[in-house]
Design a protein. Structure first.
Length: 325
């Protein structure tokens, strides 16, 4: 102890930097010098090192490498193989770096989506936002699989394929929905120009255009389209037809045809279609003839009657168009 004290006292004149400051502050007192040096090498060094760290990633990386490097050094001292420790350290460094890079990319993608939206690119913004969430979901799945100890298994591979397929289908649906909405918007504009409030066409031409749009909507519905789309078109077409045809038998037949189609698609829980059809049937000699064939034949022939009415309206519109030309 005496020798150590003498060496410590001798160090007073040879020390420099922080060590010299501590020893000078001890004023030659051995106990104060030991306490000061202990503080310097312990809490002071640790806390100032953390303060010098400029970011969380660097702090995490330093903590990781310090832990593994110390273990590797010990393994070398005891003649133990350090390769496993080195591989584990490198693997953890790779994961930490990948997580940092993914987070940085997420910030970039989020800002990119916002800029697209600000510039009016609705589809681009939607896809960018979806792609960001998709990456996060894929990573979450991989983390869950790793936590279960199933990484590298067939189970893991199957789940990755499934989530990729699901995300691809969802992304495609976003594109299809946007395309469909764009078509509806364009159709709405053309409808207004053809037979809406902004139309410059003659009444006959407006009627022909309206019937053409209604027939297209009928075909779309038959091909599996939405009933709401058909009824939306019908609500635009029927007022135009009424303005041109008046409260005639032909207009009543067109109304009955639309009502019948809506009823056949389950859109008439109150049974109003039958009432509208009766208005036409009461003055339609064909209806009385059909009644003599029985229920099954009546259903078939009523369908034929509806088609005849539709064709009659179309032909009338065509004739009107030619007359106007």
């Amino acid at each position: 102890m005496t020798i150590f004290k003498n060496e410590l006292v001798g160090a007073f004149t040879e020390a420099s930097g922080d060590v010299k400051k501590v020893l000078d502050a001890a004023l030659g007192n051995y106990d104060q010098a030991v306490a000061g040096l202990s503080f310097l090498q312990g809490d002071y060094k640790t806390l100032t090192t953390v303060a010098d760290t400029t970011d969380q990633f660097t702090a995490q990386m330093k903590a990781l490498t310090d832990t593994y490097d110390a273990a590797i050094t010990k393994a070398e001292q005891y003649g133990l193989a350090e390769q496993a420790l080195t591989d584990a350290r490198d693997q953890q460094i790779t994961k930490l770096t990948a997580a940092r890079d993914a987070q940085a990319q997420g910030i970039t993608d989020t800002l990119h989506a916002r800029l697209l939206a600000d510039n009016g690119d609705v589809l681009g913004a939607s896809l960018a936002g979806f792609d960001l969430q998709a990456k996060q979901q894929e990573q979450q799945l991989k983390d869950q699989i790793e936590a279960l100890g199933l990484s590298g298994t067939r189970y893991a591979a199957d789940r990755i394929v499934e989530i990729e397929q699901a995300l691809a289908a969802e992304r495609l649906k976003i594109e299809q929905d946007y395309a469909g909405q764009s078509r509806k918007t364009a159709q709405g504009l053309l409808t207004q120009l053809a037979f809406g409030g902004g139309s410059a066409l003659a009444p006959e031409q407006q009627y022909f255009a309206a019937i053409s749009v209604l027939n297209n909507a009928r075909q779309d519905l038959a091909a599996g389209g939405a009933l709401a789309d058909f009824t939306g078109i019908a609500q635009q077409v029927l007022p135009v037809a009424r303005d041109y045809l008046g409260t005639s038998q032909q207009y009543a037949a067109l109304v009955a045809d639309v009502a019948s189609l809506v009823s056949s698609q389950g859109g008439d829980p109150a049974g109003l279609g039958a009432l509208l059809a009766a208005q036409v049937d009461s003055t339609d000699s064909l209806a009385a003839t059909f009644a003599s064939y029985g229920d099954k034949q009546v259903n078939v022939l009523n369908g034929v009657l509806a088609e005849v009415r539709r064709l009659a309206s179309t032909l009338e519109a065509m004739i009107a168009r030619q007359t106007a030309a």
